[in-house]
Ligand binder design. Structure first.
Ligand SMILES: [Fe+2]
Length: 193
């Protein structure tokens, strides 16, 4: 049975995030820092977490109208390139090293790889509005990441670049091509122009 997050950690998250007043890029970064979440704070909910053949196990830790906080515990699979709907936010590497690949749009539809960077344990990196990226574990490390977005993500677009396709996925779907039909909000055929 999966345990829940300790009351102490839950209270700290609620206290910090319910009182956020600055939703700017820098304000969100400071809020994520103020949470001061360590791996040991999340261990109870991540131990024996099942990624179910997907790139990561995801758990929502906080959500209100303006913010959401998610933890992701990664398998060896990389996620699909994706945007974050209308949201932006910060990603903190709680454990391990993340490989982050950033894309830029070619024409108005087709993302192409721009760069890949390693983000080491403790680092925070920004996910800009309309930015497209994919992530994966680097080397053999375990990877746990914490994600603070504003507003909560809705309408995330996931790309399958080999098939020249994109899919807007439901809010409970991670950054992968949904195999459950109910998680497909809209499929889009991409033009390479
Ligand atoms: Fe992302």
């Amino acid at each position: 049975m999966r345990r829940s997050i300790s009351l102490d950690v839950k209270n700290r998250i609620d206290e910090v995030l319910q009182n956020v007043e600055d939703y700017s890029k820098e304000g969100l970064k400071q809020s994520l820092k103020n949470l001061n979440i360590q791996y040991r704070d999340l261990e109870d909910i991540l131990i024996r977490s099942d990624t179910a053949g997907k790139p990561y196990y995801r758990k929502l830790l906080f959500k209100n109208d303006c913010l959401e906080l998610l933890v992701m515990d990664w398998s060896e699979l990389e996620c699909s390139p994706h945007d974050h709907g209308q949201s932006y936010g910060w990603i903190q590497v709680i454990k391990g090293t993340a490989k982050n690949t950033v894309y830029e749009m070619k024409g108005d539809q087709f993302p192409i790889e721009l760069l890949t960077e390693l983000q080491e344990e403790g680092k925070l990196f920004f996910a800009p509005h309309k930015g497209i990226h994919k992530m994966a574990v680097s080397k053999d490390s375990n990877l746990v990441t914490l994600h603070l977005y504003s507003p909560p993500i809705t309408g995330m677009k996931v790309f399958d670049l080999e098939k020249c396709a994109a899919c807007i996925v439901s809010d409970d779907c991670g950054a992968w091509w949904p195999d459950d039909q109910t998680q497909k909000v809209k499929e889009i055929k991409l033009r390479k122009n």
